[in-house]
Design a protein around this ligand. Structure first.
Ligand SMILES: CC(C)(COP(=O)(O)OP(=O)(O)OC[C@H]1O[C@@H](n2cnc3c(N)ncnc32)[C@H](O)[C@@H]1OP(=O)(O)O)[C@@H](O)C(=O)NCCC(=O)NCCS
Length: 432
């Protein structure tokens, strides 16, 4: 890694490309007025509200932790509000096998409606990738508003998220009955103990949470006071009294029938199977509730097998969630554990040329990989986006071959699939 990512200069090539359009591409820096302009631009870009002074003030501390870039148009009516924004930070990304790799997380990509479709987003994204690579981050990650935007920059969908809707009238509990106990707790208490449990429970495919994330999820920002008052929380402690998981939820308005309250699960985070079972059981057995809805869940949730009627647990949607972009092939492929030993020569195409090349992937009996450059005939030919989808175990090479996203003899494709599959799916439980 090269120094503090927050102070890395704005990418020169992107700055030059945008200067040709009379635009300034710059770090937002430390000026509170520029912070506020950036926040307003982001809110406007995602069709959010015009932010009040209170909300602007709440967002200011976050600028100290991230690297924020604005594109400024001096001819705009409000020149301190950038016409385009992007925000980034480095974060450990959980890899298959339990280790983590430093990732370059990208967020808040917006271009003002008045400035769209003239290459500004391309300059932002390519600038981020060049800066990340120069910093030494081996992979970039983001979540997306539309799945049409980022493939062109070499990102591939790497985790999937399910929205579950449980009809509690059909969901009689047949799962385990853990021996620990549940405690109703305050949102403020969750802010204290929650992040440590989340860190222990974190799946491969997830980046780290951060302070502002918890304040938002728990509704602890002063401006959330009225909307967050209905948020409740429950914690599971094991028999020894050690906290192992928690759920944060909201019982919503029932309408005219008081027996039909829907429950929105904001977080259900469990560091043990017992905590998982106890927390789901608690939510599914709440009185006066007919439906429990949980978003950003794994596509392979054990709760389906814990209720008498498996069809009580419906999947309303499954969508791509984390998108990943390999920048450094050897560090990414050596940064995970593989499921099976084997050797394959991969020919990787990368239009932006961060990760192109022919490499031999050698995996030993312990699942450890060694990557070396190769001149042999390739077993598999694929683009960097497809390999980024495979890396965390979220996409099967067999499926990608059938989709025309990678090519190779069927035996080689199957070997890569056996090597890359993970025992549980990669999962990211939140947006960033
Ligand atoms: C998505 C957004 C950032 C694109 O900005 P932009 O400056 O208009 O994009 P560019 O002009 O740089 O376009 C680059 C390429 O992306 C394509 N593109 C841009 N927006 C697209 C979209 N929404 N869907 C599909 N393709 C898109 C362009 O056609 C262009 O294609 P090319 O590579 O074939 O030339 C902008 O429309 C926006 O702010 N949208 C609302 C907020 C949002 O969704 N942000 C993304 C958050 S993840």
């Amino acid at each position: 890694m090269t120094g503090d990512f927050r102070t890395l200069p704005a990418d020169e090539r992107s700055a030059a490309a945008l200067a040709e359009q009379g635009l300034r591409y710059e770090l937002v820096g430390d000026d509170p007025e520029r912070h506020d302009g950036f926040s307003q631009a982001v809110s406007r870009g995602f069709y959010g509200e015009q932010l009040t002074a209170e909300r602007l003030g709440e967002r200011r501390p976050g600028f100290a932790d991230n690297r924020s870039i604005g594109v400024y148009d001096d001819m705009a009516a409000e020149p301190l509000v950038p016409v385009a924004t992007v925000d980034s930070w480095t974060s450990p990304l959980g890899m298959p096998g339990g280790s983590s790799l430093e990732s370059w997380a990208i967020s808040m990509v917006t271009v003002a409606p008045t400035h769209r479709r003239r290459g500004i987003a391309r300059a932002l994204l390519e600038g981020e990738l060049r800066t990340a690579a120069a910093h030494g981050s081996p992979i970039a990650v983001l979540t997306v508003s539309e799945s049409t935007i980022y493939g062109r920059y070499g990102f591939g969908p790497a985790t999937w998220a399910a929205e579950l809707v449980v009809d509690t009238t059909r969901a009689d509990w047949v799962g385990p009955t853990p021996a620990g106990r549940l405690h109703l707790v305050s949102r403020e208490a969750v802010r204290e103990f929650g992040p440590a449990i989340e860190e222990r429970a974190r799946a491969h495919g997830s980046i780290a949470t951060w302070g502002g994330f918890w304040d938002r999820q728990l509704g602890l920002r002063p401006s959330d006071a009225s909307s967050a008052a209905s948020i409740r929380a429950v914690r599971y402690d094991d028999e020894a009294g050690a906290p192992q998981g928690f759920a944060v939820y909201r019982v919503k308005d029932s309408g005219p029938d008081f027996t039909k309250h829907p429950v929105e699960v904001i977080e259900l985070i469990a560091a043990s199977d017992d905590a998982y079972a106890a927390l789901w059981r608690y939510l599914l057995e709440l009185d006066l509730v007919h439906e429990v809805v949980a978003v950003n869940r794994s596509v392979d949730e054990p709760v389906r097998f814990m209720v008498a009627d498996a069809r009580a647990v419906q999947t309303r949607s499954v969508t791509d969630h984390l998108w990943a972009r390999i920048l450094d092939l050897p560090r990414c492929l050596e940064g995970r554990t593989w499921q099976q030993a084997g050797r394959l020569v991969l020919d990787v195409a990368d239009p932006l040329d961060f990760a192109s090349g022919r490499i031999a992937l050698d995996v030993d009996a312990d699942g450890r990989a060694t990557v070396s450059s190769s001149t042999e005939n390739p077993d598999i030919t694929l683009g960097v986006a497809a390999l980024s989808s495979v890396l965390l175990g979220g996409a099967s090479p067999i499926t990608l071959a059938a989709a025309g996203r990678l090519a190779g003899e069927p035996t080689a494709v199957e070997r890569l699939s056996r090597m890359a599959v993970t025992p549980t799916p990669p999962t990211l439980g939140f947006w960033f």
